[in-house]
Design a protein around this ligand. Sequence first.
Ligand SMILES: Cc1cc2nc3c(=O)[nH]c(=O)nc-3n(C[C@H](O)[C@H](O)[C@H](O)COP(=O)(O)OP(=O)(O)OC[C@H]3O[C@@H](n4cnc5c(N)ncnc54)[C@H](O)[C@@H]3O)c2cc1C
Length: 388
Amino acid sequence: MSDFDLIIVGSGPAGSAAAVTAAKAGLSVALIDKAAFPRDKLCGGLFTGRSEKAMRAIFGREVNDELFVTSNHMRFLAKGRVLADIPNAPPVHLTMRRDFDAMLHAEALKAGAVPYLGTPITELGNNTLLLRDGSKLGFKAMIGADGVNSFVARSLFGRPFDPETIGFGLEIETPLTASRDSAVEVDFDAASWGYGWAFPKRKTVTVGVGGINSRNVDMKANMAAYVSQTGSDPSLRYKGQYLPFGDYKKHPGREHILLAGDAAGLVDPITGEGIALAMESGHHAACAVIEALAADQPQTALPRYLKLVKPIHRSLDQAKMWRMIMFPKATEGYFKKAFERGSSLQMKYLELLAGEAEYADLRGALLRRIPKLGWRLIKHRLGFRGPT
Ligand SMILES: Cc1cc2nc3c(=O)[nH]c(=O)nc-3n(C[C@H](O)[C@H](O)[C@H](O)COP(=O)(O)OP(=O)(O)OC[C@H]3O[C@@H](n4cnc5c(N)ncnc54)[C@H](O)[C@@H]3O)c2cc1C
């Protein structure tokens, strides 16, 4: 049996961030993934300013032309009707996860993590685990960064996520045509409690819809309508995956076994952004393990991690509050109108995507609207359908 200070399961953005952090601090680290790299991961690949900051801080890497395209052009729609076309928005980047994740994984190995690839974890004990190929590994601490269907979360809590609150997304990758402009498109009406997206990359456009699964009776029908609206090839087969839409785990782990990224439920409930939170939480989980092992108290890793990850939890709570205004039937029309008028809401949303603002910064814009929103809710409750 091989023994390690830290074993990380999953080498997506969360696992690779944890591995880089821990290996650079001198821990012996095993990095397990059921896939070999490069591998595909269903994702829009929208890489916000927050992701850019996290990648720089944790991996020391900058956005470059090889892995990213950058766009200043944002277009917001409601069932195809343009609400706002903004050619000079703060920049956002777009990446293909196959290449991006392979780069992060390579950085983790460069830092000294020992790879165990192409074989999933099949059994988890208190200080040992088994891989399908028969390898048995020992650990002082471990991090489950094995995505939304996390085996580690299932081993700890009986299930990886709550089916009532989980999100679900469908995507196709369509060829980029010469007539397609560089606009990053978001359609607020393509799904309930979610949206549709068309994100142009170097050679393809990622077209998808996603939202809270239980609020969308037929996500495939939403996708078919959006594929038709965007003029995409209807014969392409949809790929689907769950995403934890703001439904984070209040206790992301147990004692010396921690969860990071999607396994901990860390995806923004409005934008669906998860790459930044995966890198940040992977880094925090590794920092908690480093501290706990230095104190010779591996079982204190969870309380240490909870302290570090609290700002992420707080920002997800704030985002969930915003979602209660953007998505319910009673107020979504108001939100779209405010957006269409080019109000401060629109600007704050753009700044949020660009990593120039956080949900806490949106509080002022929200407070100013509370009287009007309250009136809308009352009218909705009373069934009043008059002019607004
Ligand atoms: C349709 C869709 C669109 C999205 N679009 C965006 C977007 O545009 N921008 C954005 O920021 N976020 C987006 N997200 C969210 C984002 O993809 C995730 O939040 C992010 O990938 C989480 O990273 P992670 O490292 O936690 O998990 P993952 O990236 O899922 O990595 C988990 C790793 O664990 C491995 N693994 C899984 N099970 C096992 C096992 N049993 N044993 C060993 N290894 C295992 C997998 O092979 C994988 O490499 C989207 C998600 C979906 C579903």
